[in-house]
Design a protein. Structure first.
Length: 395
């Protein structure tokens, strides 16, 4: 599928997310315990959609960069804390002593975010680093930790984008100290509950772009069961691979598919990840985006204004409505350039709800019609690609 975008670029790869729906006659009674089943629809979804919708745990790579040591509370402090909780009024915050009973230590070593292109050189550097580990000042510090004075140890990890998170380490304090000594500043595998980590936010580092195949599809079925919406993904043997935890997540999948097929910059960014030239970090959907275009008119409107010879006052009249009802899709990834420099890149597709242009529909019908032709009807409204943004900052 080739689409010419507003950037005059051709999207000529076969990257996709979800197909159009088709009504299905699949027998769902075998999966459900009675009840009325209606409005059955079936989609084909890609490996990427299968990953994003999957409610099961995901394995991701992070680097262990530090720890948080918890010190046991003395009896006096435990007693004082309980008394304060009892005496505290509902409108007054309770003083916390816990902050003074935690010690956070972060390694100051600079870690290369990507391995070197030369495997032999990479292996040689790693051997040197392993030989020098016993002399690392922070490892020496960890080895001297007194388990009598520690109630718990929590690891601190950092991903390639610089985002930190806590790591629960198994075992007693002695085993946790040994783990920290063995793995500090090393890449470790961490299990997270699922790819969907917060409202509108997905962890992308767990998706295997290199191993994905655009020719492979999975069956997604949505339906009403006793007038309640449900969805599930089926295996090749017609068994249920997993149930959708929230059917509304399908809106994200549809938005992403439309953005990939219309936004060259987002499409190209995902293409770089497919080629191994980019490492994906986070995918975010933001329905509270409000970019002001009064001083930087999007190309789609510059072209329309030029074609229809719109006067300045009417241009401003239209631009005033562009800030409303925006929806953003952003992909954060690390890009490895030919020079070897690693850059943190963000690609953003700015969608705009056509309903925001209702005030111009009567006075400027030609402009409204031109934009409406580019819009796609989603369950949440009719949207079109307003802008495509891509920028980077050095790590």
């Amino acid at each position: 599928m080739n689409i010419i975008t507003d950037n005059n670029k051709t999207i000529n790869n076969d990257f996709w997310v979800i197909s159009a729906s088709a009504y299905s006659d699949i027998n769902l009674e075998q999966y459900l315990n009675g009840g009325k089943i209606s409005f059955i629809k079936e989609y084909k979804i890609s490996d990427l959609a299968w990953y994003l919708l999957n409610p099961n745990s995901v394995q991701v790579k992070k680097r262990l960069v530090g720890y948080e040591a918890h010190k046991p509370q003395a009896f006096f402090y435990r007693l004082r804390s309980k008394i304060r909780k009892i005496l505290a009024s509902p409108n007054r915050g309770v003083s916390q002593d816990s902050s003074s009973l935690k010690e956070v230590r972060i390694s100051d070593k600079e870690i290369r975010p990507f391995p070197l292109n030369d495997d032999k050189l990479e292996s040689h550097i790693n051997r040197i680093y392993e030989a020098l580990r016993p002399y690392d000042s922070m490892i020496k510090e960890i080895a001297k930790l007194d388990i009598v004075k520690i109630s718990d140890l929590v690891g601190i990890c950092k991903d390639l984008g610089g985002f930190r998170s806590f790591l629960t380490i198994q075992g007693d304090c002695r085993q946790k100290i040994d783990y920290l000594i063995k793995n500090l500043n090393k890449e470790i595998t961490v299990s997270i509950p699922k790819a969907y980590i917060a409202e509108g936010l997905f962890e992308m580092s767990g998706f295997d772009f290199k191993g994905s195949d655009p020719k492979v599809s999975h069956r997604l079925v949505t339906f009403l069961h006793n007038n309640q919406p449900y969805g599930c993904v089926l295996s090749a043997y017609n068994t249920i691979s997993y149930w959708l935890e929230d059917i509304n997540m399908l809106n994200y999948i549809h938005f992403l598919h439309y953005a990939i097929k219309t936004d060259y910059k987002l499409n190209d960014s995902l293409g770089l990840c497919l080629k191994g030239q980019g490492f994906p970090l986070k995918l975010m959907f933001n329905n509270r985006l409000a970019i002001d275009y009064s001083s930087n008119i999007p190309k789609i409107y510059r072209d329309v204004f030029e074609t229809h010879h719109i006067e300045k006052s009417k241009k401003q009249f239209i631009i005033n409505y562009l800030k409303n009802s925006q929806f953003g899709i952003s992909l954060n990834y690390l890009h490895s350039s030919n020079s070897g420099e690693k850059k943190l890149v963000t690609a953003i597709s700015v969608m705009h709800n056509i309903n925001a242009l209702e005030p111009i529909k009567h006075d400027l019908p030609d402009i409204y019609s031109e934009i409406d032709k580019r819009a796609y009807a989603f369950e949440t409204g009719k949207f079109y690609l307003l802008d495509a943004i891509r920028g980077f900052s050095n790590e």
